[in-house]
Design a protein around this ligand. Structure first.
Ligand SMILES: [Fe+2]
Length: 286
């Protein structure tokens, strides 16, 4: 069975349509959305309608919950107070844009989804199990392979392993009683193989994981409980997205994040220095 996994659409209909097409082309039997369909982007209502119409199985994200409950804060951490204030304004706009039907659909989304495919136990959440606004501890500074090498080195040298991020991952898998733990929220891709299971974060559709493009994942589960995971990348029309943001009155800051590959909370997802220079230049000009 092929499971398409996407997360953090953030009101980006151009991105969601591109993700759907890319996953359909890969033969996904089912598409899972790990939350945050809305907030920051200009199409919250349209993204919810798309998910309902295409029967995208969804869990609730912190932004979905905040928008559907007319909250003033999403619970996210921001670069600075200015970004937080702008995000608060967009949240208010997003809540106002949602129809009663979409609002109640978002409100009723489950916090987690648990199911089994070929005896592989799967748990899908937005942040971490039981914690909607907290993401997987950042292992991006050290890739999964580096961590394993570090572990092997420590074992060889008879040292106590100093790297406890691996313990965190093992603990998460054990506590969640899952062989495959799917999570989003950070907008950063992660694929962590541990002896007891696998953790996958597909990155984001509309969270600035890549400039004018999004990422998703495809988990292929075979009948011997073998799992293979591949990354899906898809471009979308960034100019059309930015135009829609402008028409909706969404601050330029958030559409620039999507065009240049930066998280709407401030973190850079791309190491590309040219994009950072472009950001700085545009900042000066505006
Ligand atoms: Fe998000």
């Amino acid at each position: 069975m092929r499971i398409g996994i996407l997360a953090d659409v953030h009101g980006n209909l151009q991105g969601l349509e591109a993700a759907w097409r890319a996953l359909a082309a890969e033969g996904a039997d089912l598409v899972l959305n790990l939350g945050d369909l809305v907030q920051y982007g200009p199409h919250p209502e349209e993204c919810v309608a798309f998910a309902m119409e295409h029967r995208i199985e969804s869990v609730q994200g912190n932004c979905d919950r905040a928008a559907a409950r007319h909250r003033r804060d999403t619970g996210d951490e921001f670069e600075n107070i200015h970004w937080r204030r702008l995000a608060g304004r967009v949240l208010e706009w997003t809540s106002g844009r949602l129809s009663g039907r979409s609002g109640s659909w978002l409100r009723r989304l489950p916090g987690e989804m648990r199911f089994e495919v070929e005896r592989v136990r799967i748990l899908a959440v937005h942040g971490l199990p039981g914690r909607i606004s907290v993401g997987l501890p950042d292992g991006s500074a050290l890739g999964a392979e580096d961590m394993l090498a570090e572990e092997a080195r420590a074992e060889r040298d008879g040292l106590t392993r100093s790297f406890d991020l691996l313990d965190v991952y093992d603990h998460l898998l054990e506590e969640s009683r899952a062989d495959l733990l799917l999570l989003g929220h950070t907008h950063s891709q992660a694929l962590i193989w541990r002896p007891s299971g696998l953790i996958v974060n597909p990155g984001s559709v509309g969270g600035g994981t890549l400039p004018s493009a999004g990422t998703a994942a495809l988990a292929d589960i075979g009948n011997r409980r073998d799992i293979s995971v591949s990354w899906i990348r898809f471009a979308f029309d960034g100019a059309a997205y930015a135009r829609d943001c402008r028409a909706a009155g969404i601050p330029e800051l958030f559409s620039r994040c999507i065009l240049l590959g930066r998280d709407q909370r401030g973190a850079w997802h791309t190491p590309d220095t040219l994009l950072r220079q472009r950001w700085a230049l545009e900042e000066q000009e505006s």
